[in-house]
Design a protein around this ligand. Structure first.
Ligand code: UD1
Length: 429
């Protein structure tokens, strides 16, 4: 298994290109199941999760071709995928595939919408706490699907098609909102989704579906209205920039010190995280090429942050902010309200010399003068990258084990960091 070796203490200066968003790419690829025509996606990041989803879709009979690099193009540009679900040959998503990536459960909605049935493995346990699918199932039932649980699989049937309805989510859920939209686009009549997730990736998928002929309004607000249509067509869509990757590198620069342009980043996608960085004393400047992040000499101030659905501070940046706060001049508090048990990185940060205590969903971080490199490992992808951030400011060498978590969500992490001056390399097993 690959590892990453980091030697701390280098300033970061230069440009880091921001890739297309993983969390938009996955549902966009899944949306291809809704049409027999070709969906072309540009700015797709090269990630292990994208490759895995290609395999999962391939199992349903979907053809995915990746455009080769054109002359003059560098790896800085995302790839282009041409996805064609002309003929769906299998409506089962097996345990072996779904258990590797939770978001693949989302194939349920488009398969039922287009084929009238689907059999999808329940995703099972996850390192960041229990992540149930009850609200996704509720949304499908509201639209008229009959649901049975059989041998660990969710079996959904709507032989006469889905019917528009009102869906009120008792809790904001990204996957539930994607599911409701993808099920409703081909339903008979109008669907109203209340308490919908407002994450930018929901808006990106809705934009793409509208290009495909869907009639979705209100995406980006908490009330989304979908007027069902009888069929969707192909389209071409460029994936929006990854706000979690943006926030991660912003925190890396804040941690190491220096000045870096996060190219293509869009500030409105992560305002709460940028506000937290400004409060910590980091300079954040939106430019027409991206976001410039700088910290030159000044110490980091402690912050108080609570994670919550968009537009609040994202849970997917919680571990990274905690890594940053280990070096603040004072005591910070971070409250995690989205996922229970999403503190697996704490013990590993402590191995690097951090002072962190936990009380339920609240972490108290006492900033320390110095961190010291060590062997660490992490159990999920955002936690792993928080260890990389801590390592950038730790004395000596840190080895991050289980790099496959990073490869799931961060494109060319070690090249992007070494490109701005970090001492980081991949040690291949
Ligand atoms: C998505 C993101 C993930 C991010 C999360 C929250 C993708 C591919 N993944 O995950 O990176 O951390 O949003 O921003 O986009 N819940 C239920 N019942 C359900 C569904 C969810 O109780 O049926 C709960 C979850 O346990 C959690 C909360 O709702 O406490 C939010 O989860 P949700 O927004 O659904 O997360 P995902 O869509 O899985």
């Amino acid at each position: 298994m690959d590892r990453i070796r980091i030697v701390g203490g280098r300033r970061l200066d230069g440009v880091i290109p921001i890739s297309g968003a993983k969390n938009a790419t996955l549902p966009l690829m899944i949306a291809s199941l809704l049409t027999g025509e070709t969906l072309t996606l540009d700015n797709v990041p090269r990630l292990a999760d994208v490759v895995l989803l290609q395999r999962i879709l391939g199992n349903h009979g979907v053809d995915v071709t990746v455009s080769g690099k054109r002359s003059g193009e560098t790896a800085d540009h995302g790839q282009t995928l041409h996805i064609s679900a002309a003929r769906i040959v299998d409506t089962t998503a097996p345990y072996e595939l779904v258990s590797k990536m939770r978001a693949s459960f989302w194939v349920l909605a488009p398969l039922v919408a287009r084929m009238g049935q689907a059999r999808v493995s329940m995703p099972g346990g996850c390192a960041i706490g229990t992540r149930p699918v009850d609200l996704l199932i509720m949304a499908m039932e509201r639209l008229g699907a009959r649901i049975d649980i059989d041998g660990g699989y969710v079996v959904a049937r709507a032989p006469h098609g889905l019917k528009g309805a009102e869906i009120v989510f008792p809790k904001v859920t990204v996957g539930g909102t994607h599911t409701a939209i993808m099920a409703a686009v081909l339903a008979d009549g109008t669907t109203v989704i209340e308490n919908a997730a407002r994450e930018p990736e929901i808006g990106d998928v809705a934009d793409c579906l509208n290009k495909m002929g869907a009639r979705i309004s209100g995406a980006g607000t908490n009330r989304i209205v979908v007027e069902g249509v009888t069929r969707l067509n192909g389209a071409r869509h460029a994936v929006l920039p990854d706000r979690i990757e943006t926030g991660t590198y912003a925190m890396a620069v804040a941690m190491a010190g220096g000045e870096v342009l996060l190219q293509n980043a869009r500030p409105e996608l992560l305002q709460a995280a940028l506000d937290a960085l400004s409060n910590a004393g980091v300079s954040v400047t939106p430019t027409n090429q991206g976001i410039r992040i700088a910290r030159n000499g000044a110490g980091l101030q402690p912050v108080e942050v609570t994670t919550a659905p968009f537009p609040s501070f994202p849970t997917d940046l919680q571990a990274q902010l905690m890594a940053l706060m280990t070096r603040a001049r004072g005591t910070s508090h971070i409250v995690e309200t989205v996922f229970e048990n999403r503190f697996m990185h704490v013990q590993e940060l402590v191995r690097l010399g951090a002072h962190i205590s936990l009380e339920g969903e609240r972490a108290t971080i006492e900033g320390v003068e110095r961190l010291k490199g060590a062997q660490v490992m992490a159990t999920d992808l955002r936690a792993s990258v928080s260890l990389v951030i801590a390592a950038l400011a730790a004395e000596g060498e840190t080895i991050v084990n289980r790099v496959y978590h990073l490869d799931r969500g961060f494109e060319r992490l070690e090249q992007k960091l070494s490109g701005v001056g970090a001492e980081v390399e991949r040690l291949s097993a």
